[in-house]
Design a protein around this ligand. Structure first.
Ligand SMILES: NC(=O)c1ccc[n+]([C@@H]2O[C@H](COP(=O)([O-])OP(=O)(O)OC[C@H]3O[C@@H](n4cnc5c(N)ncnc54)[C@H](O)[C@@H]3O)[C@@H](O)[C@H]2O)c1
Length: 363
């Protein structure tokens, strides 16, 4: 059981990482002073695979778990779902010194986290992330949120968990497309800070979820990068924006497709290549580094289903998102693999050329 601490002002919280560690979960809860009554929030798919096991282990250890199961999917991050969960928590008599356990991917984490931050002005929150994306990204950093009809993650809070418990073995059952989404963020961490990540994935196809050794290393490295960044800038003043690498163009791509044809992580993979192209064209990223990034992205993205892009729509969404029509954009760009620099003068023309480039590469 590896432990990484996310150090933040006035404290910190640990991330426990290992494979096949579920039976250790109750002991870790006890160590952190979690009281016996807990409410596990999860979705139907994850419940079908992992819930009975977790509930059994917790009961055996003397805990009293209640359970809330919701349908899977992004649409659950809604105020109406939150309201229904509040009602259940009140009926279950969850008290302020008790705990919500978020068992699932980023959707469950964001939703259960938002509920934990607001119910009774905040109850304890523990994450048991079961997707690669949740293990490397969404469970770390203290952001919780739900969506509004006008946009994603518009309603939310910064709220720290008591701890995060990542069992790599859960990735065995994760659909391949979800693995690829998580790998988008993993590659991002490799480029912004941790070359070792690229060394691990460079020469292979997307590993299946039962390659526990590989995923364990990837999750550990990634959790280290994310917690380092969050430790330096929990509230997203400027430095945390380094994590947005690939997201300006990636987000433009997903939005241009109405969030339907591509998943977030798939769009981010393409966004990473496009933003790296801006950097190499500026002459700040060496060509060899760019070629390496390109090779890795093309390999992972072989399995991405949709690769037709509407440039004007992507550009429109990027500028709508940033709310600065015809002005210059800010972003961190790689100046070599493992090192980023902040630029505040990214032009419309550069974005446009980057999108032309990905259209050409993926055609
Ligand atoms: N808070 C943050 O900092 C942050 C960061 C990044 C993303 N997010 C949010 O994360 C969400 C996406 O998370 P996600 O990619 O984990 O998607 P998800 O939670 O929708 O999970 C993807 C699918 O996999 C299923 N699943 C989960 N674990 C499984 C397992 N072990 N085996 C089989 N199936 C499993 C789920 O039921 C779901 O159908 C988005 O809402 C996004 O906004 C938040």
């Amino acid at each position: 059981l590896r432990r990484i601490i996310v150090k933040v002002r006035d404290g910190g919280y640990p991330i426990y990482i290992g494979s096949g560690i579920l039976e250790k979960f109750p002991a870790v809860c006890e160590k952190h002073g979690i009281r016996s009554h807990v409410v596990i929030i999860t979705d139907r798919i994850v419940a079908g695979i992992y819930l009975d096991g977790l509930v059994g282990i917790m009961r055996d250890a003397g805990f009293r778990p209640d359970v809330i199961i919701i349908p899977p999917g992004e649409s659950q991050k809604s105020i109406s779902r939150v309201a229904r969960i509040y009602t259940e928590l009140i009926k279950m008599k969850l008290r302020r010194d008790e705990t919500i356990i978020a068992l699932g991917g980023g959707v469950i984490g964001d939703l259960a986290g938002f509920v934990a931050a607001t119910y009774l002005r905040g109850v304890n929150l523990v994450y048991v992330p079961t997707t690669l994306l949740a293990q490397v990204d969404s469970s770390i950093g203290g952001k919780v949120a739900i969506n509004h009809k006008f946009g994603k993650n518009l309603i939310g809070a910064f709220y720290r968990p008591v701890f995060i418990f990542s069992d790599i073995e859960t990735l065995k059952t994760l659909p391949r497309r979800e693995l690829i989404c998580g790998l988008g963020e993993v590659v991002k961490y490799g480029i912004i800070m941790k070359k070792d990540i690229l060394d691990i994935i460079e020469d292979r196809d997307v590993p299946s979820g039962d390659n526990l050794k590989i995923y364990r290393k990837l999750v550990e490295h990634s959790a280290n990068v994310k917690s380092y960044v969050v430790s330096r800038d929990e509230r997203e003043r400027k430095y945390r924006m380094i994590l947005n690498f690939g997201h300006t163009i990636g987000h433009g791509i997903e939005a241009s497709l109405n969030y339907k044809k591509l998943k977030h992580g798939e769009a981010i993979l393409i966004g990473i290549l496009a933003e790296s192209f801006i950097s190499v064209k500026r002459g700040v990223l060496p060509k060899v580094d760019f070629e390496r990034i390109k090779k890795i992205i093309l390999k992972i993205s072989k399995e991405i289903p949709h690769k037709e892009f509407d440039k004007n729509s992507i550009l429109k969404h990027i500028y709508l998102d940033k709310k600065i029509m015809n002005q210059r954009l800010n972003m961190f760009l790689p100046v070599r693999i493992g090192m980023m620099r902040f630029f505040d003068d990214i032009s419309f023309r550069e974005l446009s050329m980057a999108i032309d480039y990905i259209k050409e590469v993926f055609f």
